[in-house]
Each structure stands twice: as C-alpha cells, then as structure tokens.
Design a binder for this molecule. Structure first.
Ligand code: ASP
Length: 330
C-alpha cells in the first residue's frame, strides 16, 4: 500500500510538475562594436535587463508565455535605443515602417503586421491580428485601421524618429548603400543597417511563445518587408519543439525559412536545439554570407543564442531568476 502511494505521489508530481519558466530576448544583431561607447553599452544593458526582469516576472507570477513575450517587447519598442517602435531604423526616404509578429505554441496561432505607421507598439497590433481577426498577416492602412478599432496607442511620426537613426541612415547611404540604392552587399559588415527586438518564453504550463518587432534594415526601400513579420522566417513557436526569434539580413532569413528550419531540424532530424541553431547560423547562413543571429528556447528550458554578426544584444533568465545580459560572445 505504502509503495502504491509513493508511486502515485511520484506520478502526480510528474504530471503537475511545472516547466522551468524561462525568458530569452534580443535587441538585434546591429551591434557596431567600434561605436559602442561604455555609456551607450550601459544604457542598452539597462533596458535589456529591465525588459528581461519584467517579462520574467510575468512567468514567475504564473502568466502565459504570450503575455511574457508582449510585456518584454513593449519595453524594447518604447526604448529609443533599439530598432523597433520608437528608435526604428529609417527607410531610404527617412520614414519609419514597422513590422512585427507573434506566435503562440499552445494554440498554434500567429499574427503579424508589416509596413505600419504611427502604431506605438506593433507587437500588440500583431497580437490583435492573431486574436481578433481570422488572418495572420495584415499590412499598411488596414492594419492601422484595426489598431484604431482596438484602441491601440498611436504616436506622431516624430516620436519614432531618433537622432541616432537619422545619423545611421546618413552613414548607411554613404557606406553601405552604394549610389543610394538599396543593395546591401552580402559579406560586407551589415551591423550598421541591422537591428530588431524579439523574445521567446516558456511558461509554467510548458507553453512556448515567440515575438519579433523591427523597423527593418536602415535605408530599405519604402515598402520593403523583411523576415520579422514572416511566420516561419523571423518568428516561430510550436509547443513541444521550440520558440525562435531572428535578427539579421532579412532577405536571407526569408529565403531559408530560418525560424521554422530550427523546428524542422528538431522534429524531423532529431537535432538538439543547440545543434539545429548553430548549424543554421554558423554553417548554412555563413556560407551564404548572410549576417545575423537568433534566440531559441525549447520546452525543457534549453536556450540557444547563436549569431555570426559582430555582436547581438541578448539576455536570458531561467527559473533561478538570475539575469544574463550579453552583447558579444561572453
Ligand atoms: N531582420 C530584420 C529585417 O531584415 C533586420 C534585423 O534584424 O536586423 O528587417
């Protein structure tokens, strides 16, 4: 009898056991090492840590991975230091066009927006597309109308424009975009053009979610859409497998279905999270001269954050509540 109780106890503990709540975020692969002053680095680290702590607190309090992802990304979007929301990179014409997406492993649902103007937190609009419409991806005016209908916050165009991004566009035009045309040369250092924010989370019930938000590549042609709002390219989440958010030269991430490729390698080739992500970033994409990185998390709380760019702002916090913030290989 005693043995039976013990066995039952172990079984119930296994069934009721909580997953190791984990949050991982990134602030993009657009790290220009030579220009990162100690003051700027400290300011960036402070915002990354704040976003990490607030997102993780949601998980600790029993909240969903979906809520943890949006909570984290809103903070990064509101910061002028990262290329998303306020502080978004500028198009060739000096305007901002915002892209974002979210995917939830529990339901398999996803929402995304591309080329939106004035919406303060595009990640919340992507979530509205997922929850309030039968669609996955909405663009431009239709997406902005939905934001108005859902009473999301708007800001004037100037609110999004930062001196840092104006200066970046100027340098981009001089250095990386020959003759003003949008032709980033693969192999050339694209750190100047890049930047994005993203988060992946595992909640106590074992559900995964992923989200990404960006202003896209600096100097992009108006109307250009990168990988960030493309489900399977810049963002993917599937319960029992992984959650992924990417940053980098978006055209390559779209052509290689990078976020889904991580999941596919795990599902069909039995690769570990680490093997899958490193093969893609450091082998496959590197051979193509495609610059960037990603953050990924599996259902057991394993984390992988590879990048082949000069740096990638990233941070993670597991069930122990210890914050790890990094920019280069550390
Ligand atoms: N992937 C983004 C884009 O291509 C930019 C970035 O992550 O740096 O729009």
């Amino acid at each position: 009898m005693k043995r039976l109780f013990l066995a039952l106890n172990i079984l119930t503990n296994c069934i009721l056991a909580e997953a190791p709540v984990t949050l991982v975020l990134h602030g993009g692969a657009g790290v220009e090492r030579a220009r990162l002053t100690p003051e700027k680095e400290a300011a960036c680290r402070a915002v990354l840590e704040e976003a990490l702590r607030k997102g993780h607190a949601v998980l600790k309090a029993g909240g969903s991975s979906e809520e943890a992802v949006t909570t984290t990304i809103i903070i990064l979007e509101d910061s002028p230091l990262f290329n998303a929301g306020r502080g978004a990179a500028l198009t060739r014409d000096g305007t901002t066009e915002l892209d974002a997406s979210i995917m939830v492993g529990r339901t398999g649902l996803a929402g995304a927006v591309a080329n939106v103007h004035g919406v303060r937190n595009p990640i919340l609009l992507a979530q509205k597309v997922m929850l309030r419409t039968p669609h996955v991806l909405m663009t431009g005016k239709g997406a902005e109308d939905l934001a108005r209908q859902e009473k999301l916050r708007f800001e004037a165009p100037d609110w999004f424009l930062t001196p840092g991004q104006k200066e970046r566009l100027q340098r981009a035009k001089e250095k990386a975009l020959p003759k003003g045309a949008y032709v980033p040369v693969p192999g050339r250092d694209l750190s100047l053009l890049m930047g994005t924010v993203g988060a992946v989370a595992l909640d106590k019930d074992g559900h995964l979610a992923a989200g990404t938000s960006t202003g896209g590549l600096a100097g992009k042609l108006p109307g250009r859409v990168g990988d960030s709002p493309v489900i399977g390219a810049g963002t993917y989440a599937e319960d029992g497998v992984c959650a992924v958010s990417c940053t980098g030269h978006g055209e390559f991430f779209i052509r290689n279905a990078v976020a889904y490729d991580v999941a596919a390698r795990m599902k069909y080739a039995n690769a570990s999270l680490n093997d899958a992500t490193h093969t893609i970033i450091n082998d496959k994409l590197k051979k193509l001269n495609a610059s960037g990185g990603l953050i990924a998390l599996d259902s057991r709380g394993n984390v992988s954050t590879p990048f082949n760019s000069e740096g990638m702002f990233h941070a993670r916090m597991g069930p122990d509540g210890v914050a790890h913030v990094a920019i280069f290989e550390e």
